[in-house]
Write a protein that binds this ligand. Structure first.
Ligand code: IVH
Length: 668
């Protein structure tokens, strides 16, 4: 269908307007319109593009997410190598560097720009005629990996640059850092812990792991941010200084860290460093020092590089954040899979502004390796500015009173036997009814990406388990209002809401249920792959080891874990009890439908259907209708007068459909 000229003009105007507001909101943190106004613009564009697909351009604001998963990352050679930085650790070393710079420049005046050193993952972003075309990781400095589709999901990254004096550079390759804010990192790790997934050691690893995902949908669900600070190549634009570079990149709409300073001498440089160190804790991002750069690019050219690092810049690192304290006790925590984790309880100590009073020791081998005993003096560090860990013990300070730690042979929560399986580092409580295990299992089952039972938070789970109302997951479906009312602080209204949510969770899809059961090693991705191959829990339970390992992405470890799970009598009874409660999802028949495995949320009033009808349409096509917008949601359908959910969807980058688009998608 030919696109009428006025439609094309309107689409372009909408894109320009949306880009401007994205920049105001995500980069400058200074929105000019309400979220509802923004949503109207966005929806109008989505509707136009749905009607005239040839209107869609890769740099349209609607195209951030949704690229298909890749098989592998394509290598991208860096036309200009991505260098690393030389380091220094004190004012004396900094002075030596400054002396050398001045000497090499024949004593002419030198200005420096200071910036925080971000602890993330460096990337190179290529813009051709103002359009974002390729984004790559640093790799070995000469060749990186093509992560374009993943980078597009970062809302701060402009897909198109703003013109400067009416033009955009022909070619601009900017470099910067993809990072995760400290608060977002903690939240992500909490969620991963709840799901039984390995936690990231620090925000840097979290950023790297999130960006290097073959499936851009996973990257989109991670709260990544970006700051740019360098230009690799530029054509059609002249930049002479770092100061001008930072101002120009910001004017083009790129996110530039506002915390930088042009310094006329070393005293100013040192003052910037001290100031950064003082504010380090309060900054939203992790930083391990500052970078000092010669401001004048012509001077940089003359200074050149040595050993793959420029002479014109240096990283002035913060002192290691370590402190010495004593181990009061080594406690043992019980996880969902029964894994027992030793945790050191410490005399509270401040490590770079934060009080640390506990540190995980992971498992018995780790305790041995670090030789940590109860009563020991130990060195603690906050890895990557966030998670506390014990670096080593100080045996020279022992008095002889210290006690070696031994993993208990009984579970500290239920007193049942704790066993260490061959080939495993962890000890596990073997008792499936252990209250600590039940608590963790129910928390996991109720979590957002599992059964998503809203209102069933950690505290409430603890109370339900402690009250003996929930002894296994399926007991959730036997709860009655009277039971809930006996639980401390639960009123009639919240009891009713919770029961509604529990009822709603019966519509759980097969992949989610597989994940929600908390089978060790079965994460979301494995659950999806298994649900594509096996149409029901019963089919999976009957699968042979060969059939299981025949599924792409399922190795012998996962296969053995699944076999062990279904081989267990207690677990088989749990599955039966769930089926009796009406939970026995099938993937059959709906596996190829447009909404198979998709989660849809409705907001606003629909004109052609009631909410219930719309929900049934979704379910009939193999999808699930959820009531709240979270990262697990695939589409939000917005009817007339949509509510808060639309804002949330936009924040999370979830595609929003109009009622017409929903009808087109479902064929109704
Ligand atoms: S300038 C080599 N500026 O630190 C010149 N780098 O340890 C280009 N980094 O690979 C780098 N914050 O990933 C520069 N404000 C900043 C930085 C920064 C973090 C990273 C960068 C580099 C690494 C070297």
């Amino acid at each position: 269908m030919a696109v009428p000229p006025d439609v094309r003009t309107r689409a372009e105007a909408l894109r320009a307007e949306i880009r401007r507001h994205d920049h105001l909101y995500h980069v400058l943190d200074r929105p000019e319109i309400t979220d509802a106004e923004y949503d109207r613009l966005f929806r109008e564009l989505v509707a136009l593009e749905a009607q005239y697909p040839e209107l869609v351009t890769p740099d349209s604001p609607t195209q951030r997410a949704g690229a298909p998963p890749a098989e592998e990352f394509r290598p991208v050679p860096h036309a200009v190598p991505m260098l690393s930085l030389q380091n220094c650790f004190d004012a004396g070393e900094l002075r030596d560097w400054d002396d050398r710079v001045r000497r090499l420049l024949g004593g002419e005046p030198v200005l420096y720009v200071c910036e925080p050193k971000l602890d993330g993952l460096s990337v190179a972003l290529t813009y051709e005629d103002g359009r974002f075309t390729v984004g790559a990781t640093r790799g070995d400095g000469r060749t990186g990996e093509d992560v374009t589709a993943n980078l597009r999901t970062i809302r701060q990254l402009p897909l198109r640059l703003f013109p400067l004096n009416g033009t955009v550079p022909r070619l601009l390759e900017v470099r910067g850092e993809v990072y995760m804010e400290k608060a977002a990192f903690r939240a992500l790790n909490e969620e991963r812990a709840r799901r039984g997934e390995p936690e990231f050691a620090n925000p840097r690893n979290a950023a790297a792991g999130s960006l290097r995902q073959l499936d851009p949908a996973i990257t989109a669900s991670r709260p990544l941010k970006l700051f740019v600070y360098h230009v690799g190549r530029a054509e059609g634009i002249t930049i002479r200084t770092q100061e001008q570079l930072l101002r120009t990149l910001a004017a083009l709409g790129l996110p530039v860290n506002p915390r930088w300073e042009l310094c006329r001498d070393l005293a100013r440089v040192e003052a910037f460093y001290q100031d950064l160190l003082r504010h380090r804790e309060a900054l939203p991002y992790a930083t391990d020092g500052m970078v000092v750069k010669v401001n004048d690019l012509a001077q940089r050219e003359r200074l050149g590089e040595v050993a793959r690092a420029p002479r014109w810049a240096i990283a002035y690192k913060f002192p290691a954040e370590e402190a010495v304290t004593r181990v009061r006790e080594i406690a043992v925590q019980v996880g969902r899979t029964g894994a027992l984790t030793p945790v050191a309880i410490l005399d509270p100590v401040e490590v770079s502004g934060v009080t640390v009073s506990r540190a995980t020791l992971h498992n018995e081998d780790e305790v041995r390796r670090k030789d940590v005993r109860v009563g020991d003096w130990v060195v603690v560090r906050r890895a990557g500015d966030v998670i506390p860990e014990i670096v080593r013990s100080l045996p020279e300070r022992r008095t002889g009173e210290e006690r070696e730690f031994r993993m208990p042979d009984r579970c500290p929560a239920c007193g049942g036997p704790a066993v260490r399986l061959e080939d495993e580092a962890a000890h596990r409580c073997a008792n499936l009814s252990c209250p600590a295990r039940i608590r963790e299992a129910v928390r996991h089952y109720a979590s957002r990406r599992a059964a998503d039972i809203q209102g069933l938070g950690d505290k409430l789970v603890d109370r339900l388990v402690a009250a003996g109302l929930v002894r296994r997951i399926s007991d959730l479906y036997l709860l009655r209002a009277e039971d809930l009312l006996t639980v401390e602080r639960m009123g009639e209204k919240s009891a009713r809401n919770l029961l509604d949510q529990i009822e709603r969770s019966k519509g759980i899809t097969l992949p989610r249920l597989l994940y929600a059961l908390g089978i060790p090693h079965v994460g979301e991705r494995a659950a999806e792959l298994l649900a594509e191959r096996f149409p029901s829990l019963a089919a999976l339970a009957k699968a042979s080891a060969d059939e299981l390992t025949g599924v792409r992405g399922v190795g012998p470890e996962i296969a053995a874990s699944i076999a062990a799970f279904f081989g267990n009598e207690e677990n088989r009874r749990l599955i039966e009890a769930l089926a009796a409660a009406g939970i026995d999802p099938r993937a059959e028949g709906s596996r190829t439908g447009p909404l198979a495995g998709k989660v849809v949320v409705f907001t606003g009033t629909l004109s052609a259907f009631t909410r219930d009808e719309a929900r049934r349409i979704v379910e009939g096509l193999g999808g699930r209708a959820a009531s709240g917008v979270s990262r697990g949601v695939d589409y939000v359908v917005a009817g007339r007068d949509p509510g808060e959910k639309l804002l949330r969807a936009r924040e999370l980058g979830i595609p929003v459909l109009s009622e017409e688009e929903f009808r087109a998608l479902t064929g109704r």
